[in-house]
Design a protein around this ligand. Structure first.
Ligand SMILES: Cc1cc2nc3c(=O)[nH]c(=O)nc-3n(C[C@H](O)[C@H](O)[C@H](O)COP(=O)(O)OP(=O)(O)OC[C@H]3O[C@@H](n4cnc5c(N)ncnc54)[C@H](O)[C@@H]3O)c2cc1C
Length: 469
């Protein structure tokens, strides 16, 4: 149960100038930056080993103007990236905030690569919806598990203590909102109190709190939650009690392509490279190219919760760079057949309907036309045997609403100004996606985890040193 209690009279068992709640990408980047600033840091993590939603992700981080893009001859800039983010969210996010994270992204990727030896490379072989340049960066396995493991190793190497099995339940605050420390609970029920100068909330959003999802994102009420179950909305609940401004609580990252019932992410590359989605009657039901995030609710609403991604072996070869896709193949989630009729039989779809849908799509590809839903197939390559299909559903990945922060990641108050010593990063902070699933541009999640984590840690570290002398 997350609470805020008066700090007056509370004694602490230990003290850390900078305390960070959560050891996902945001918390670990904050820990590295605060340590570099010269501050002593402690990270508190509820799990035995840091995982978070970061470990469940594909670990892909968008960044414009990196040397990894230049190696592939790709020109890009923070301005173009910021414009892409704003176009996708309908210009709902604060332009100064968007500009700050867009500018911070490439330096953050190169910082992690150069200083902590994270071997990033560019995903250079397909486009993500809404990005006007290829700018997704990932580690060799293209998995978030590798990302969080490498960040944890970097933090351990920098001497950052990560207190595992430590669920923060309570913040102790002064009447002006200054947080003096926290209480944490151990798995055996014992509690400890740790005092701090600066507190960074990096405990993600409220995807793991069904009550908050029902209240703020009714269209995903009861949907499969594919993020980390420990992300129960503590940051917004504490922030609300401290007088923080909450923003865009209806915003989220969904995904319309999670293998079902296997529960494995199927990369949206299967659609963007020329694949299609049909319902259980074998019919297309949407313009799949808008984006995978909004497709989650579309699959739930318009396809009755179950759809089929249909693509071919060429596309499967592109998707195979992702660990998730390889696992889906190993688990038998990816059906393979030499003809559409055979594929339909395997997927239990009406063969004639599926074949007609595919014919129409192939005609549109050949003519460069658009379908009745508005999807343009211009430039899309034809599907060729052998074919592939995966049964999928729509899922909630993570929430994008949260604590309003400024460009230094300081948490803002409802009545103006910033709270004295509170920072938020990653899913704990309101992101750059506005208040709907459609506002989510691929990579917005790790973008604010890595950039705001670094910004929050550096600022908290500097301020803690100033305060402690
Ligand atoms: C399947 C999937 C795929 C995704 N793919 C991508 C992608 O490719 N690119 C992208 O940009 N985004 C992606 N995302 C979103 C991305 O994973 C998140 O936006 C990002 O990981 C958020 O990082 P974080 O550090 O804020 O949170 P997390 O990584 O979730 O870390 C939060 C940590 O806080 C801990 N915690 C929570 N509450 C407490 C508490 N009270 N006390 C102590 N600890 C606590 C949790 O245990 C957790 O370890 C994906 C998400 C999912 C689910």
């Amino acid at each position: 149960m997350s609470r805020v209690e008066p700090a007056s009279g509370v004694t602490f068992d230990a003290y850390a100038p900078v305390l960070i709640v959560g050891a996902g990408a945001a918390g670990l980047c904050a820990a590295l930056a605060a340590t570099e600033a010269g501050a002593d840091v402690v990270v508190l993590e509820r799990d035995p080993l840091p995982r978070g939603s970061t470990a469940l992700s594909a670990g892909l981080i968008p960044a414009p103007g990196t040397r990894f893009q230049r190696q592939h001859g790709i020109e890009d800039s923070a301005e173009v990236f910021a414009a892409d983010i704003q176009r996708k969210n309908g210009h709902e996010a604060d332009p100064a905030y968007v500009a700050a994270v867009a500018e911070a992204a490439a330096p953050a990727i190169e910082w992690l690569a150069d200083r902590y030896a994270l071997p990033f490379s560019l995903v250079h072989d397909f486009d993500y919806p809404g990005h006007s340049a290829r700018r997704m960066h990932g580690l060799p396995s293209r998995s978030g598990a590798e990302l969080v493991d490498r960040l944890r190793e970097a933090a351990e190497g920098a001497g950052v203590p990560i207190l595992a099995d430590a669920t923060v339940t309570t913040l102790f605050a002064d009447p002006d909102g200054a947080v003096r420390g926290v209480a944490l609970e151990r798995p055996n029920g014992t509690t400890e109190r740790i005092g701090c100068e600066m507190l960074v909330l990096a405990c993600n959003g409220y995807g793991g709190n069904p009550e908050l999802v029902r209240r703020h994102i009714p269209e995903m009420d009861g949907a499969l939650y594919f993020g980390h179950p420990g992300n129960r909305g503590d940051a917004v609940l504490w922030g609300e009690a401290l007088g923080a401004e909450l923003r865009c609580l209806g915003g989220y990252q969904g995904h319309g392509s999670v293998a079902h019932p296997h529960g494995i992410l199927i990369s949206w590359a299967v659609i963007m490279e020329g694949g299609l989605q049909v319902d259980a009657a074998g019919r297309r039901f949407s313009d799949e190219s808008h984006g995978y995030s909004e497709q989650a609710a579309t699959v739930l609403r318009d396809a009755g919760g179950v759809a089929y991604d249909v693509f071919d072996e060429r596309i499967a070869a592109v998707a195979r760079q992702f660990e998730d896709f390889r696992q889906a193949e190993a688990a038998g989630a990816v059906l393979a057949a030499d003809t559409i009729e055979e594929l339909a039989a395997m997927a239990k779809l009406p063969a004639a309907v599926l074949a007609a849908q595919l014919d129409e799509v192939e005609r549109l590809k050949a003519s460069g036309g658009a379908d009745a839903f508005g999807r343009s197939f211009a430039g899309s390559r034809p599907l060729r045997p052998p074919f592939r299909a995966v049964r999928v559903t729509g899922a909630l990945f993570h929430t994008q609403g949260g604590l309003a922060v400024d460009a230094s990641a300081r948490v803002l108050r409802r009545d103006g100004g910033a709270l004295p010593n509170l920072f938020a990063a990653g899913g704990a902070a309101a992101g750059v996606s506005g208040s709907t699933a459609a506002g989510y541009l691929s990579g917005n999640g790790l973008l604010t985890a890595v950039t705001l984590g670094r910004i929050a840690g550096a600022a908290a570290g500097r301020l803690a040193l100033g305060t402690c002398g």
